[in-house]
Design a binder for this molecule. Structure first.
Ligand code: ADP
Length: 401
């Protein structure tokens, strides 16, 4: 039972960090109150927390053995800090971002032992993320006994894709074994689709391409609020180049690296996940601001390639939708990098995409030029807020059941 003022805690546990956001339930809707993270778990942990206005409320590092050594201990640090700001209010539920819900989980679920086992069985599909997400659930279950734990999946929003969109051109038994295109960033796309439906229902009923461009990057084709296709596939490596990930790559390159050049699988994995994309291409780093400020031609090359590939995918997804009514930019790069947005949209006039340079430079909510046939929007995403909404909705449904 959710009462006024109850809190919902949202956790996003990654390989070396736990991000959190605390929401208050007000009239059944989540209102963000505090957020932060412990990063550098296992190395040099650093805890920060801020309020909803961005005011820094905590900033802590540790010496030697006193440092939280694992996810469980890091969550302990977060909870100890939250105890102070909760001031007696109850944490009524904990929502978790979980990367993989597999072929079947198309909506958030209340976690019990059966669900936990099913999610563990999916770990081989996302070995770099899923085990950490599940460690977060295990730690929160231990710290909040009896409190509902809700898993929300990055794959869920894409589960209504047609088979044609999700299969690889392999014999059918591979698809049946789960080797298929799942798509990720679903919580971000769902948030954008829902926000747009509330703001502009007629537009949201149409054909929208959303470009979620952050450290991880993908694009999604949405029709009538439902995902039709996405650039990410079996893993979050596919699609457009990212901060440190390669994006789409000819699978023959991998055969060559392993078979001819003698790289082992671990080395290829390190290359594709950690030393490719903007960082690998530039030799400088993954942050677009650093690359824009650099005079190194490799930085300029990395940005040009990024814009080229994103533009190509906008065209491909417009084709998947049979047309395009709006292009929406979101996430760190999508919301802030006006220069890259302009370069992505260059040459997309044939799709009715024409930017207004001044509106684009100002990161305005709508950046398309006057009379452009296709609207181009800039919207902040809020994956944690989406999780909090799911948690409240699920608790409401189980109360009514
Ligand atoms: P994550 O995928 O880790 O959530 P974000 O969505 O926060 O990432 O995006 C982070 C990226 O956004 C940064 O690495 C940087 O490249 C880009 N970014 C943020 N602010 C700006 C800005 N003002 N101009 C250009 N790029 C920016």
């Amino acid at each position: 039972m959710i009462a006024a003022g109850d809190a919902v805690l949202v956790l996003n546990a990654g390989s070396s960090s736990i991000k959190f956001e605390l929401f208050e339930a007000r009239d059944g809707a989540p209102v963000a109150r505090f957020g932060g993270q412990v990063e550098g778990i296992g190395a040099a942990p650093h805890f920060v927390a801020q309020d909803a206005a961005g005011r820094r409320l905590a900033d802590r590092r540790w010496d030697g053995a006193a440092a939280p050594a694992d996810h469980r201990a890091a969550l302990g640090v977060i909870i100890e800090w939250l105890d102070g700001v909760l001031a007696g209010r109850r944490v009524a539920a904990v929502g978790h971002r979980v990367v993989h819900g597999g072929p079947d989980l198309a909506a958030p679920v209340l976690v019990d032992d059966t669900v936990m086992n099913a999610l563990q069985a999916l770990s081989p599909l996302a070995p770099l993320h899923q085990p950490h997400n599940l460690a977060g659930i295990a730690a929160a279950t231990e710290r909040f006994p009896g409190v509902p734990q809700v898993a929300c999946f990055d794959t869920a929003f894409h589960r209504a894709h047609a088979w044609e969109a999700d299969t690889f051109a392999l014999p059918p038994e591979f698809y049946d074994r789960g080797i298929r295109r799942y798509g990720f960033h679903g919580l971000s796309y769902e948030y954008i689709a829902r926000t747009l439906a509330a703001e502009e229902p007629a537009l949201a009923a149409g054909r929208i391409v959303v470009a979620h461009l952050g450290n991880g990057a993908s694009l999604c084709a949405i029709h009538g609020g439902r995902s039709v296709d996405s650039t990410m596939g079996f893993t979050a490596l596919d699609g457009v180049p990212m901060g440190t990930r390669c994006g789409q790559i000819d699978p023959g390159v991998l055969l060559h690296l392993i078979g001819t050049e003698g790289m082992d699988v671990a080395a290829v994995q390190r290359l594709l996940y950690g030393n490719a994309g903007l960082k690998g291409m530039s030799g400088i780093g993954q942050d677009v601001r650093d690359l824009e400020a650099s005079v190194d031609p490799r930085a300029a090359g990395a940005l040009s390639h990024f814009a080229w590939r994103v533009r190509r995918e906008v065209g491909a997804l417009a084709a998947a939708l049979g047309g395009i009514d709006a292009l929406v930019f979101t996430a760190g790069i999508g919301e802030n990098a006006a220069g890259l947005r302009a370069r992505i949209c260059e040459g997309l006039g044939f799709l009715g995409i024409v930017l207004d340079p001044a509106l684009n430079a100002a990161n305005a909510p709508e950046i398309s030029g006057p009379g452009a046939a296709t609207r181009v929007l800039v919207r902040p995403t809020d994956e944690e807020g989406m999780i909090a909404r799911h948690v409240l909705a699920l608790l409401q449904r189980s109360e009514n059941a």
